[in-house]
Ligand binder design. Structure first.
Ligand SMILES: [Fe+2]
Length: 302
């Protein structure tokens, strides 16, 4: 009997590893990666560099794609401290996406009641020392690991580790997805080491962070929505608007399904009306990849 580690976890009650065959299909070789970096649409690149202090608090720098060719950009990632996301794999690399969807269906079939209604993929190429800070995704995730070794820490998504007011801020795009983090959370983490050929799934909304284990890493992150997660995200958005207007909305896990559905419907109207403007669209960019520079990043001069 598993203790529920996360509010509205969905059918996935804990982090668990499943096998996948994407590596065997040749998607993670240097040649394949250099070629995809060469042709990937520039507007679908996110390039980040994270710095941590001794208390585990993070600061983020954001880079631009720059002019490096695919092989050079790959070298900069392999030698530096970069975290590169290629968004919308469904459009940017359709062959990988088709293979990943077949694998996704295999994982989903292990969880009765889990029915994804929308998927989106990002291919993550990250440096040997890269880490991703504590955050949550307002979606389900299956992380298909393709190269290197990484350690994923998954935490309970309860009010202590993931306050609902912080979830509202993320869902309403008032902040990037980093959450308040405390070193005391570590005793509560489920720690999973990933090898190529392994896919990790965790409970919907569970906060997590990632450390690469001294190896260049490639993973395909497939985010998905279910009808319950859509309702929940919509309710969180509506609650963010209500709270911004001075209201004090109740916790969404005390709401019935019809009440969540009504708040989801309200969120669609609020989004159409443009009530909450995104505050994260205009992040400044301050470096570009460079294999010869420290951390693989050369400062952009203003
Ligand atoms: Fe994540």
């Amino acid at each position: 009997m598993t203790v529920a580690r996360t509010r509205y976890a969905g059918p996935v009650t804990e982090a668990r590893i499943h096998p996948h065959a994407l590596v065997a299909q040749g998607f993670a070789t240097d040649e394949a990666l250099a070629a995809v970096l060469d042709r990937y649409p520039v507007e679908l690149f996110d390039i980040n560099l994270y710095d941590y202090d001794a208390a585990g608090q993070v600061s983020l720098r954001t880079g631009v794609r720059g002019r490096l060719g695919g092989a050079e950009l790959l070298a900069a990632i392999q030698q530096g401290r970069l975290w590169v996301n290629l968004r919308e794999v469904e459009t940017g690399w359709p062959e990988l996406w088709a293979a990943a969807m077949a694998e996704f269906d295999g994982v989903q079939s292990r969880y009765p009641g889990l029915r994804a209604v929308r998927h989106a993929g990002q291919l993550i190429l990250s440096s040997p020392k890269a880490r991703v800070p504590y955050h949550f995704d307002a979606a389900g995730v299956v992380l298909f690991h393709l190269r290197g070794r990484k350690r994923v820490f998954v935490y309970p998504g309860d009010e202590t580790h993931l306050a609902e007011i912080d979830m509202e801020q993320v869902v309403a795009r008032q902040t990037t997805e980093e959450l308040p983090y405390d070193l005391a959370f570590e005793v509560d983490a489920q720690v999973m080491d990933l090898k190529p050929g392994e896919a990790l799934i965790w409970p919907l909304y569970a906060p997590h962070r990632v450390e690469n284990l001294d190896a260049f890493c490639v993973s395909l992150s497939v985010e998905f929505q279910t009808w319950p997660s859509r309702f929940r995200n919509g309710a969180l958005f509506t609650n963010a608007v209500l709270r911004g207007a001075g209201g004090r909305p109740r916790f969404t896990d005390r709401m019935s399904t019809p009440e969540l559905a009504a708040r989801w419907a309200a969120s669609l109207a609020l989004k159409r009306a443009g009530v909450m403007r995104s505050r994260i669209a205009g992040l400044p960019r301050d470096f570009e990849p460079d294999a010869a520079a420290a951390d693989g990043a050369r400062d952009l001069v203003a």
